[in-house]
Design a binder for this molecule. Structure first.
Ligand code: NAP
Length: 537
């Protein structure tokens, strides 16, 4: 694994370093507010075509790859990224200002995610096989032999987010799930962490070479989103898009994808304020850990998490007042930490100012500013439900450690809010489950909130997402562009697959996944029953 010793690096188009013709970019060390590391040449619009063409050519072979080999590729990519871990973390720390421990956790999540998808490929549930053997005697009409499985969509363009330079970036969940599905990936590098992207991109490229796969299975392109990114999404050879980032960016890509002659799906994870509802029993009596837990969740990673709590509903009255006072106390001990980029810091500061200027909104408390230029103090503001429901701006995400406490006077007000809010990645309820009144309220709210959010938490905090089979990191618009999907966990592979059925195909023409002999030992739905594959079947 090479280190970033050169003064300039290029896109890796189908594994080939390709000098861009549209200028250069360089990372900014947000803690020092100065440019750092090598330069990276940016591809021009015309150059993006080569990545799309290579991906389309690679698809023809890659989609048919034996599951063992595809799994081995994902595992090899994980091994190579892990082997470069020290350099990846050092580079990402400089480029993002994120602390070492956070990045170590993210690196582990990234490699484990690739290994998890290697297992998914071997297990084969994603083939979704359903077989209905022919019923020649069925009246009034015979049933044909029907054998269904899924197929990969084709080349996918992935855009990563600034706030997860590993787990939602070059080798992140979108890339891992698309590659596992059998789709080549063209990754548009985020300009905030180009060096981190280069090292991870080189690792994946080495895995492509080691497994003898066509180079177009993976490309890393540097370029401006608004030209190269848009050009790729508009390219007829691209068949789907994965995106994590701002609502504006996601909407722009959805628009491009929808207005192509052949529209394609965009799986964009965009914007969520992750409301938390504290029911009266949660704040009754002495509950010292509740305010502390909230402040920890709010201030972690400088609030630059898609699941950070942006709205907190607290009952009016003395118990609610005590809780808010405890929040003020804990917050006063919290210091700001360096944000990812000067631009994100500036948006966050402007967002807070806009919030503070809204009539009916008052400041609850704030922490202290951090030592660097881009480390604003975490802060909490307050209003009531009447102001909240009549002021749409109060539902907008502020990316950073800023939360709005909304005081409510009745359960009916909470129901009104739960009915009115936009789609969310998460919604959280806090209550004492021994309190029957609150349990009843929670039950009513859950029925409303399950229509609004992808993940519903009871007595927890939304930050921190487990990666596995059962997780959902998604939700109705604007949390994501397609609430039927998740961008984290094994179910995310489904975004890049489509079903196809073979009718009356003789055995010689049936793909392996649907043959009676079940050569891949898949668990399949056969004639209405799940047929669980036995070992060695
Ligand atoms: P971003 O600005 O949306 O950028 C994400 C990626 O999409 C970048 O590679 C960017 O390329 C590209 N892109 C953005 N707009 C585009 C467009 N109109 N056409 C084509 N490509 C486009 O997100 P970010 O840099 O990660 O963060 C910026 C803001 O997004 C934050 O301030 C925050 O409000 C929000 N955010 C939300 C979440 C979340 O999960 N909810 C996560 C991260 C960020 P270029 O940089 O080259 O334009």
């Amino acid at each position: 694994m090479s280190t970033l010793t050169e003064s300039v690096y290029h896109s890796l188009v189908a594994g080939v370093p390709t000098e861009g013709t549209a200028g250069t970019t360089q990372a900014t060390d947000p803690a020092k507010n100065q440019q750092t590391g090598p330069k990276f040449t940016l591809l021009g619009k015309g150059q993006a075509e080569v990545a799309a063409q290579s991906a389309a050519e690679a698809f023809l072979e890659y989609r048919k790859l034996d599951p063992q080999k595809r799994a081995a590729f994902l595992a090899a990519a994980a091994d190579k990224i892990q082997a470069a871990g020290e350099e990846i973390i050092a580079t990402a720390m400089t480029e993002t200002g994120l602390p070492q421990m956070r990045l170590q956790g993210e690196l582990a999540r990234t490699v484990n995610q690739l290994r998890l998808f290697a297992k998914v490929v071997l297990q084969g549930d994603h083939h979704g096989v359903r077989i209905e053997p022919a019923l020649s005697d069925r009246k009034p009409l015979p049933r044909p032999d029907l054998r269904q499985r899924t197929l990969p969509l084709g080349p996918v363009v992935v855009f990563g987010a600034s706030n997860f330079p590993l787990a939602f970036s070059v080798a992140g969940g979108d890339t891992a799930s698309a590659l596992a599905a059998g789709c080549p990936v063209v990754f548009k590098a985020h300009n905030a962490h180009p060096g981190t992207s280069q090292i991870v991109g080189q690792a994946i490229t080495e895995a492509v070479i080691e497994l003898g796969l066509p180079g177009g299975v993976f490309s890393l392109v540097y370029g401006r989103g608004t030209d190269v990114g848009q050009k790729l999404v508009a390219d007829p050879r691209i068949k789907a898009v994965g995106f994590t980032g701002s609502r504006g960016g996601g909407l722009a890509l959805m628009q491009t994808a929808a207005t192509r002659p052949e529209p394609i799906p965009v799986y964009a994870e965009m914007s969520s304020v992750n409301p938390i509802f504290l029911l009266p029993s949660a704040v009754a009596g002495d509950n010292p850990v509740l305010a502390e837990g909230f402040v920890t969740s709010l201030t972690g990673s400088a609030g630059q998490l898609c699941t950070a709590p942006g709205l907190l509903f607290v009952p009016e009255g003395t118990s609610g007042d005590s809780f808010v006072n405890a929040v003020r106390t804990h917050l006063s001990a919290a210091a700001g930490v360096t944000m990812l980029t000067p631009g994100i810091c500036s948006s966050r500061v402007k967002g807070e100012q806009k919030l503070a200027d809204i009539p009916g909104v008052t400041e609850v408390g704030r922490g202290s500013e951090g030592k660097t230029e881009h480390a604003p103090a975490p802060s909490v503001y307050s209003t009531d439900v009447k102001v909240f429901v009549t002021t749409p701006e109060l539902s907008e995400e502020i990316f950073g450690s800023v939360c709005l406490v909304v005081r409510y006077s009745s359960v009916e007000e909470l129901e009104e809010v739960a009915t009115a809010i936009e789609g969310q990645l998460t919604a959280t309820l806090h209550l004492d489950p021994r309190d029957s009144k609150d349990t009843q309220t929670a039950s009513t709210l859950l029925e409303l909130l399950e229509l609004k959010a992808g993940r519903l938490l009871i007595n927890g905090w939304p930050t921190g997402v487990d990666v596995g089979d059962a997780v959902v990191h998604g939700g109705p618009f604007p949390a994501t562009s397609d609430g039927r999907s998740t961008s984290v966990g094994t179910l995310s592979i489904g975004r890049f697959l489509r079903p196809v059925v073979y009718q009356n195909a003789p055995e010689a023409l049936q793909p392996a996944a649907v043959q009676d002999a079940n050569p891949w030992s898949l668990t399949r739905r056969v004639d209405g029953q799940y047929a669980v594959a036995q070992k060695g079947e």
